[in-house]
Design a protein around this ligand. Structure first.
Ligand SMILES: *[C@@H]1O[C@H](CO)[C@@H](O)[C@H](O)[C@H]1NC(C)=O
Ligand SMILES: *[C@@H]1O[C@H](CO)[C@@H](O)[C@H](O)[C@H]1NC(C)=O
Ligand SMILES: *[C@@H]1O[C@H](CO)[C@@H](O)[C@H](O)[C@H]1NC(C)=O
Length: 353
């Protein structure tokens, strides 16, 4: 009798620990964004915005330049890895494959270097966020054909939708614009709202929003100051955008109660890395690793640029992008961190909901 009673209890405890255990992974990850997350889409475009040449990829498997704007793995790679998944392939590398609908089910990366919330940002040189969402919508139709509407809907509900977007729009905002930063951010957010709602309508339920960093602290902006200081106005616009994006997600959550999200405050996380750099192993937080001139930021990362010898102690890879070492720490914070870095859930919590 006692044994019979114990069995269901044992089952129950096994099942409940499985809910938070290591083996529980989301179905798939779908990534949308810019060069912080591009894993090779731009290789397939006719564009000036490419990274498929050295010294990019110098620390990637085989030392290969894959189209990532980084010495090694980027934020999209780490996000998938920390969730126990393979980094999803670039959409443009798999969309014409004969079994593309099966491949789409395993996760897709739509991110494209130069992309913005606005279609006008680097127009013609990248896949804008609207274009990325159009591609996702097409991919979803194939998934439905493959496994049926009910299964496809269930697949999306348990998958993660990550967004790393906004930096290029902010960089393109002219300092002498007639619009105030608040008006400008308002136009970005009203566009982003339509885009995220469209994703919800297609079936996305778990959103990860990686906010923009302290953009004024990237080498491209610091080099404009004699003392290499951060550009306070760029950081302020980034903060406004992040606050508005965080409120947008909160509003969406109150409107759609089956939607959940993680907001990651990249600005806060990166400023903490800069402030406390030596604790994290960074001895160079201002200059780019790959480049030329003042702060290695006069010239982009090209095969003829200088390459720093220790990529692990540099926060920035090139004019705009973090090194692999910095991206790993940032995404680790997003996946496992706590408020105020990431809220209301971290990505790990979101993934096991
Ligand atoms: C898709 O096709 C490729 C090559 O034909 C094959 O290597 C791969 O295993 C297939 N993937 C799936 C998910 O069926
Ligand atoms: C992110 O962190 C910055 C710096 O501490 C803070 O000023 C800002 O309000 C935070 N933004 C959001 C949306 O949490
Ligand atoms: C910067 O670091 C110092 C010392 O580690 C710490 O006391 C301070 O709170 C930090 N400031 C910020 C803004 O993170």
């Amino acid at each position: 009798m006692a044994a019979l009673l114990l069995l269901p209890l044992l089952f129950f405890s096994l099942m409940s620990t499985e809910g938070v255990g290591q083996n529980v992974v989301p179905k798939s990850v779908y990534v949308f964004g810019d060069s912080l997350a591009d894993v090779g889409n731009n290789n397939h475009l006719v564009t000036i915005l490419k990274a498929n040449f050295p010294h990019n990829g110098v620390d990637f498997a085989g030392g290969k330049a894959t189209g990532r704007y980084c010495n090694g793995k980027n934020a999209a790679d780490f996000l998938a890895e920390k969730l126990g998944l393979l980094s999803p392939p670039p959409y443009l590398a798999i969309n014409s494959s004969p079994n593309n609908s099966q491949l789409f089910l395993n996760g897709v990366n739509f991110a494209s270097g130069g992309a913005g919330v606005l279609d006008s940002t680097n127009k013609g040189e990248c896949l804008s966020l609207n274009k990325q969402i159009d591609y996702f919508s097409t991919a979803y139709v194939s998934m439905v054909e493959e496994i049926g509407a009910v299964q496809a809907h269930s697949h999306l509900s348990s998958s993660i939708f990550a967004f790393l977007i906004g930096s290029n729009d902010i960089f393109a905002f002219p300092k002498n614009s007639k619009a105030t930063p608040l008006q400008f951010v308002g136009s970005l957010i009203s566009t982003l709202q339509l885009q995220l709602k469209k994703m919800y309508n297609i079936g996305a339920r778990k959103f990860v929003f990686i906010g923009t960093g302290p953009l004024g602290c990237c080498p491209a902006q610091r080099k404009q100051s004699k003392s290499g200081d951060c550009d306070a106005s760029a950081n302020a616009v980034s903060n406004l955008y992040n606050q508005a994006a965080a409120s947008l997600l909160q509003d969406m959550k109150s409107q759609f109660n089956d939607m959940s999200y993680s907001f990651f405050n990249t600005s806060l996380a990166l400023l903490e890395l800069i402030n406390d750099s030596t604790n994290y192993g960074f001895t160079e937080t201002k200059a780019a690793c790959c480049g030329l001139g003042n702060l290695n930021a006069q010239v982009a990362c090209t095969p003829v640029s200088a390459l720093c010898s220790d990529r692990k102690n540099h926060l920035f890879w090139d004019l705009y992008h973090p090194t692999e070492a910095a991206a790993a720490i940032l995404i680790s914070d997003a996946v496992y961190g706590t408020s105020p870095l990431v809220y209301p859930l971290n990505v790990r919590q979101l993934s096991v909901l």
